[in-house]
Design a protein around this ligand. Structure first.
Ligand code: HEC
Length: 145
C-alpha cells in the first residue's frame, strides 16, 4: 500500500512537471516571434544610438547646425573619406554649399563592424541607394590613419 502511494505521488509529480514544460515552450516561441517582427538592422541601432540626435530620424539634419544625410557627395562619394568622417569627426567644411555651426565628434570608439553597418544603413536609407561598406574596408582605413 505504501509503495502504491509513493508511485502515485511520483506519477503526479512527473505529470505536473510535464505540464509546466509544455506551457513554457509555446510561450518561448511566441516571444521569439515578436522580437523577430520588431527587429531592426544593426546599422539602424548604431544610428539611433550615435547619430540620430544630430542628423535626425529621417536624415534631414538641422538647418545651420547639422547637415542632412541625403545624397551628399560625402555619403555617395569616396568611401575612405566617408569612413574617416565617422572615425575622426568633421568640422568647418562646406557641405553641398552650406556651412554648419556644430562639429561632428569622432566616433572611433565604434567597432569596424558597427561603422560598416551604420554607413551601409545611411547609404541605403533616406533615399540613398549606394553599395554597402564592409568591416574590412573600415579596418583598412583605420589602420592607414
Ligand atoms: C553632435 C552632432 C553629431 C553627431 C552625434 C553625428 N554627427 Fe555627423 N555631422 C555633424 C556635423 C555638424 C557635420 C558637419 C561638419 C562640418 O561642418 O564640417 C557632420 C557631418 C557628417 C557627414 C558628412 C556630411 C554629410 O552630411 O554627408 C556624415 C556622412 C555624417 N556626419 C555621418 C554621421 C554618422 C554616421 C554619425 C553617427 C555614427 C554621426 N554623423 C554623428 C554632426 C554630428
Amino acid at each position: 500500500m505504501k509503495f502504491l502511494k509513493l508511485a502515485v505521488t511520483l506519477l503526479f509529480c512527473l505529470s505536473l512537471s510535464g505540464t509546466f514544460a509544455q506551457t513554457k515552450k509555446p510561450a518561448n516561441k511566441a516571444s521569439s516571434k515578436t522580437s523577430a517582427v520588431v527587429a531592426k538592422s544593426s546599422g539602424q541601432v548604431v544610428y539611433e544610438q550615435n547619430c540620430l540626435t544630430c542628423h535626425q530620424t529621417n536624415g534631414s539634419g538641422v538647418p545651420n547646425l547639422n547637415p542632412p544625410l541625403r545624397a551628399t557627395d560625402w555619403i555617395l562619394g569616396d568611401k575612405t573619406r566617408l569612413i574617416n568622417v565617422v572615425l575622426k569627426g568633421l568640422q568647418g567644411k562646406e557641405i553641398e554649399g552650406d556651412m554648419y555651426d556644430n562639429a561632428m565628434p569622432a566616433h572611433d570608439f565604434l567597432t569596424d563592424e558597427q561603422i560598416a553597418d551604420v554607413l551601409s544603413y545611411i547609404r541605403s536609407s533616406f533615399g540613398n541607394k549606394a553599395s554597402a561598406i564592409t568591416a574590412e574596408e573600415v579596418k583598412t582605413t583605420r589602420s592607414a590613419n
